[in-house]
Design a protein around this ligand. Structure first.
Ligand code: TYM
Length: 323
């Protein structure tokens, strides 16, 4: 069976961009592929320096995974830092990774362009991601479009290692669904944990209302017709049937229908869409022993595979290992 693997950073609270761009595909892949899904807390260290927030975000992301349908009976669910072989492999990969490749990294370049002094963790972030992927002989990596370059880097690094030491690594393929590749945020830009433009599946009802009401629209008066392709319909589209979407667009085109009305409809849809998951999440939150058990078992299973792979990699590179 082919392997599907992906990770999410606990650098903030997960949002509908993470869900539609990634987690929904993880859940759908569960019956087709052997799955490995994890929260990449080591990656989050590159930007988040608040230990309490990191701990809470990591735990919350795991609750989100489980509430949204990741099933520990089908997939291996774990926290990256519970499997130290990820960082161990990173060192081996760093030594075949050209610095020039990393300097072309989009998120690294963004930080530098903004005048932020990037740390070495940020520069080498894609190598840790490559280690995450290559450690498990991954075939498929379900992600949003913003991760395309990182998967290409993982392939480049795997090729470099294989050329140097022999065929050790499988080359991964990204799985990016065009229709949900870039989910827009409340400001119309890509939704992102770091842009303050997110709609969060499991925010309290009051917060969710606030997030949806903050969607940026123009100031066309209520009576007048409006462009049906606006920031509200772009998000409504994710939750509504074709007929419901067409009906909303018609109302916008006809006039007499305001953005406030549409936002209310959207809020109800979001609450309905994630209703069952919200209930499941509340139940899970009351059962930390169960969640800890899932993580313990997940890490154990991942480690068994990771240790075997690391032995193979070390041997190929001439490290004595195996003691
Ligand atoms: P992260 O935490 O930024 O995002 C997690 C996943 O959500 C997707 N995503 C989106 N998709 C569509 N529209 C959006 N607005 C949107 N925002 C986020 C991302 O594409 C991603 O799939 N570097 C990765 C984490 C990572 C990883 C890995 C991924 C570490 N190791 C190994 C795959 C395999 C990241 O920062 O994702």
């Amino acid at each position: 069976m082919k392997r599907s693997l992906s990770g999410i950073q606990p650098s903030g609270i997960l949002h509908i961009g993470n869900y539609f761009g990634a987690i929904k595909q993880f859940v759908e892949n569960q019956d087709k592929y052997e799955g490995f899904y994890f929260v990449v807390d080591y990656h989050a260290l590159t930007s988040l320096k608040d230990p309490k927030a990191l701990r809470e975000n990591t735990y919350n992301a795991i609750l989100d995974f489980l509430a949204l349908g990741l099933d520990p009976e089908k997939s291996t669910i774990f926290v990256q830092s519970d499997v130290p072989e990820h960082t161990e492999l990173m060192w081996l990969l760093l030594n075949v990774t050209p610095v020039g490749l990393l300097e072309r990294g989009v998120s690294y370049k963004d930080k530098v362009a903004k005048g932020i002094s990037a740390n070495a963790g940020l520069l080498t972030y894609p190598v840790l991601q490559a280690a995450d992927i290559l450690l498990y002989d991954t075939n498929i990596v379900p992600v949003g479009k913003d991760q395309k370059q990182h998967i290409e880097f993982a392939r480049d690094i795997a090729v470099k290692f294989n050329e140097t030491y022999g065929e050790v690594f499988t080359l991964p393929e990204p799985q990016i669904l065009e229709s949900v590749a870039v989910i827009p945020g409340t400001d119309g830009q890509k939704m992102s944990k770091s842009y303050n433009n997110t709609i969060q599946m499991f925010a309290s009802k009051g917060q969710l209302k606030k997030q949806i009401m903050s969607i940026v629209t123009d100031s066309t008066p209520l009576e007048e017709p409006k462009n049906p392709e606006n920031n509200v319909t772009k998000i409504y589209e994710l939750f509504a049937s074709e007929e419901e979407l067409a009906a909303m667009k018609e109302k916008f085109a006809a006039g007499g229908y305001g953005y406030g009305h549409a936002k209310k409809e959207l809020l109800n849809k979001v609450l309905e869409y994630f209703g069952e998951a919200r209930t499941r999440r509340e139940e899970l939150a009351k059962n930390p022993e169960y969640v800890e058990e899932v993580l313990r078992k997940g890490a154990e299973k991942a480690r068994t595979l990771a240790i075997a792979k690391i032995k193979e990699v070390k041997k190929a590179a001439g490290l004595l290992g195996d003691v």
